[in-house]
Design a protein around this ligand. Structure first.
Ligand SMILES: [Zn+2]
Ligand SMILES: [Zn+2]
Length: 145
């Protein structure tokens, strides 16, 4: 069943909604996510139906040839990561920007081989290395950052 998720940046200039298949979130431990957000990125995968309001305040940063990251240009909240090629239809929203995210379930950690040794989540989740994530997308080298 498709469910709508709603969210906003800290200053509420940008609000959005998107479809989700389930109330799950993942953590990405890659170096780019950690620099982008100050720690591992906790994200919820969208299932299409993405709509923004206040998009004049929505900025994107091209973090690689394949992907870009969206943020509010007024308050600086990081909002999403998406693959530029629309055929992938892939966009992850940051957990903390989503309304009622406290009842979402932590299911997976990715790029676990990129995680530094000075922190660990206690949650029991599936654990995927960079190579396993890339293989799941059909990429043969580092195209997700
Ligand atoms: Zn904002
Ligand atoms: Zn990452």
């Amino acid at each position: 069943m498709t469910v709508k998720a709603n969210g906003s940046c800290l200053c509420k200039a940008v609000t959005f909604s998107f479809n989700i298949k389930n109330k799950h979130f993942d953590a990405c431990h890659c170096a780019i996510c950690r620099t982008w957000g100050g720690g591992p990125a906790l994200t919820v995968e969208s299932d299409g139906g993405i709509e923004f309001k206040g998009s004049e305040f929505l900025s994107t940063y091209s973090s690689s040839e394949w992907a870009e990251r969206g943020f509010c240009s007024k308050c600086g909240s990081n909002l999403f990561y998406r693959l530029k090629d629309p055929s992938h239809n892939f966009c992850n929203f940051n957990l903390g920007t989503i309304d009622n995210h406290e009842n979402f379930e932590f299911v997976a950690q990715i790029f676990v081989d990129a995680k530094p040794g000075n922190y660990d989540f206690a949650n029991k989740t599936s654990m995927l290395t960079e190579q396993e994530v890339l293989a799941a997308f059909g990429f043969d080298n580092n195209k997700l950052n």
